[in-house]
Write a protein that binds this ligand. Structure first.
Ligand SMILES: [Zn+2]
Length: 110
């Protein structure tokens, strides 16, 4: 277990009807995944590290990462990514720290 590092969480996945798998030529078998990266400190999510994409074919198990993804899958990925927001819990640690700082500031006055 690391004290700090990066973690990955699948935010959304969708099997696109328009995509034909480049390897096995199967229609409607490619699942596009939007994966959120977050940085954690002692297992508490702290900061968002952006999003990455991946696709997997349910038929032949061919997977693509965003950097070697065929254009038609990439388009579906960008379309899906538009609908995904970074979850607020990615910032749990940051919110806690900010709250603590505010509480400390206010406690001086009350
Ligand atoms: Zn396939």
């Amino acid at each position: 277990m690391y004290l700090a590092g990066k973690k990955y969480s699948v935010l959304k996945s969708e099997t696109s009807k328009e995509i034909v798998c480049p390897k096995c030529k199967t229609n409607n078998s490619t699942k596009v995944l939007i994966i959120g990266i977050y940085k954690h400190l002692i297992q508490i999510p702290f900061l968002s590290g952006g999003k990455i994409g991946e696709s997997i074919c349910n038929h032949c198990n061919e997977t693509y990462k965003i950097n070697n993804m065929p254009v038609n899958i990439k388009l579906a990925y960008y379309e899906l990514k538009e609908t995904v927001k970074t979850p607020i819990w990615f910032y749990t640690g940051l919110i806690v720290v900010k709250t603590l700082v505010l509480v400390k500031i206010f406690s001086k006055y009350f």
